[in-house]
Design a protein around this ligand. Sequence first.
Ligand code: PCA
Length: 204
Amino acid sequence: MKTLLLTGFEPFLKFTINPTMKIVEQLDGMVIGNYKIHSEVLTVDFQSSGEQLLAHIEALQPDAVLSLGLAGGRYKMTPERIAINVKDGEPDNNGHTPVDEVIQSQGEDGYLSTLPIRAMVDRLIAEGLPAEISNTAGTYLCNNVMYEALHYGATQRPAMKAGFLHIPASHELAIQHGRIPSWSHEDLKKGVALCIEVLSANET
Ligand code: PCA
């Protein structure tokens, strides 16, 4: 049995609920395909979320890392293609607002996801869930965490797969927030579970 580190994020900015939190809590301990899932929730903090993720990776020594983030406003499930070595954007939950900073001074400009993102999108669509590959994870915390996992993998644990899946808002969040497209929680959770199934199936 392999180990998957599955991460979500706490709420941030104007998003009072982060659906990734409930998804990772509900999938924690489950077995999907060949993977036993170990879940963690990360803070939305430019200074510490990368360290938190790397501490979980070092403690768990997972075979793969799938990080989830809310992309409020997106209509589809979107596995990310690339993480870039940039921190920039709106304030994090501690009010820190980096401008054009690098994440890792010795790191590459970008790292491509090492998850089977095309197969994930194909499977989601085959199961009736709208999906497409995203070519930018932005420069906020989601990109930051994806970059840190891939940089660590590239430099210290080449066999470890890593990548990021952005998901739309849940209905629960859309009711509180107002004007954003939303999915049922069950569909969001099903989509995440399908991506893990694809990851496992791609290795057997
Ligand atoms: N989404 C944000 C950060 C936390 C989250 O769930 C992002 O897309 O960067």
